[in-house]
Design a protein around this ligand. Structure first.
Ligand code: ZN
Length: 108
């Protein structure tokens, strides 16, 4: 893997903070609880810490990263930016990852 500059990670963190502050991303994609601390980078959705743990235990496991600790690859950042909770409508355990325009988030 190529060496990464610190500024690149800092930019990612800033982008993630902005994305996490979007209304749709403030609520866990999986359980609807307010307060998201993790990103399911498999589908590019924001989730709470409890669901982050559950997603890691799925078979096959989803890739879950902390919003504050982890650094993200360009591919992961693109997925998060292009999807987010608003453009995801899958449920855990199902692998229909096709982006859809409608949302099942009841808080919107
Ligand atoms: Zn949750």
């Amino acid at each position: 893997m190529a060496a990464r500059e610190k500024t690149r990670d800092e930019l990612d963190m800033q982008t993630l903070r902005e994305l996490a502050s979007l209304p749709a991303n403030k609520f866990c994609f999986d359980c609807g609880q307010r307060g998201t601390t993790y990103v399911n980078v498999t589908i590019g959705a924001f989730v709470c810490s409890a669901c982050g743990g559950l997603l890691r235990g799925l078979n096959p496991p989803h890739r879950v990263k902390s919003l504050t600790v982890c650094s993200f690859t360009e591919v992961e950042m693109d997925r998060i930016k292009s999807r987010g909770n608003e453009n995801n409508s899958t449920v855990p355990g199902q692998s229909t990852n096709a982006p859809q325009t409608n949302t099942k988030n009841p808080f919107l």
